[in-house]
Write a protein that binds this ligand. Sequence first.
Ligand code: PLP
Length: 375
Amino acid sequence: MKKIQMVDLIGQYKHIKPQINNAFTSILDTAYYIGGPKVKEFQTDLEKYLDIKHVIPCANGTDALQIAMMGLGLKPGDEVITVDFTFAATVEVIALLNLTPVLVDVEEATFNMDIEALKKAITPRTKAIVPVHLFGQCANMEAILTIAKQYNLFVIEDNAQAIGADYTFSNGTKKKAGTMGNVGTTSFFPSKNLGCYGDGGAIFTNDNNLAHIIRGIVNHGMYKRYYHDVVGVNSRLDSLQAAVLQIKLPLLDSYCEARQEAAKFYSDAFADCHKIEIPKISDFTTHVFHQYTLKTNNIDRNALHQHLLDNGIPNAIYYPVPLHSQKAYTNTRYDENDFKVTNKLIQTVISLPMHTELNKEQQQFIVDTVLKFCN
Ligand SMILES: *Cc1c(COP(=O)(O)O)cnc(C)c1O
């Protein structure tokens, strides 16, 4: 059996090697390393795919979040609500901009923002909500957008993990993950569902004015060459990365399907096992399985983690520490009782290998090895 990996970027590259190598050669031959036609072409392709007016490429997903918040004009002291159970980038940029992060708990079933916790966290200083579409499925955007409208708050979707997922509103309207709020952000880090071969990110919006502001911010606050109207940053997607993304974007739906098939195989196999709980998919969203995350039930999660490692199966704990307990982000405003779900999840979650290249033999071995531990 081929060695199992958490993600298999080399296996995926092999299927597109000629296109990638040709694209790289033509960029090297023209020395269009920064800017050039590829970035613009990819931008346009992604705008079409997402059905959104503006995609602004940038250097990574963390920058994308920071720039989105700068573009919205958030000011020091403004409170920004996000989730306790996610990667730290989301809360990091809030703190970097001297905004006040307000962490809220997540739903146990979906790992996404808990709507009651969100409502409870709103104060007169709240200015924005940052839902994270964790592990590949959307948060309850209909509820979040309704609350945002009621309290006049911005919504920034952190879509680093769910690019390609579809959301269906109760009136039947469908939208792509990341295109529902005022602004959406994503990451093209190599292991993300749409990953390049280095760092990359993008910001999405349908708001013409916001798009204009953001295009200046990513380029040192310049709207006219050498005239700096606002304090900006330097955050660019380079041409080599744009070329990779342009080749991979038409394959994104098939990549999502490969992940969904592997997830279905896992979930079917685990359905009757009471010691582990399979991921639940909300009915308003598709799930593109950036991660396939189980919850253990009255068994030792850490022992399962070690059992899988002992059998050559990589696996990971996303995330082992709640953000409210991280040294950088502790705050006396928090009450442990407000994070009951996250505090439990960090003890019970375990993510299995999930990527586009998992073959049936590997999937079967993973399933058998998990079940052997549980029986
Ligand atoms: C990966 C990730 C980011 C950061 O993306 P980078 O490109 O690594 O900066 C932000 N938020 C979430 C939820 C992520 O998974």
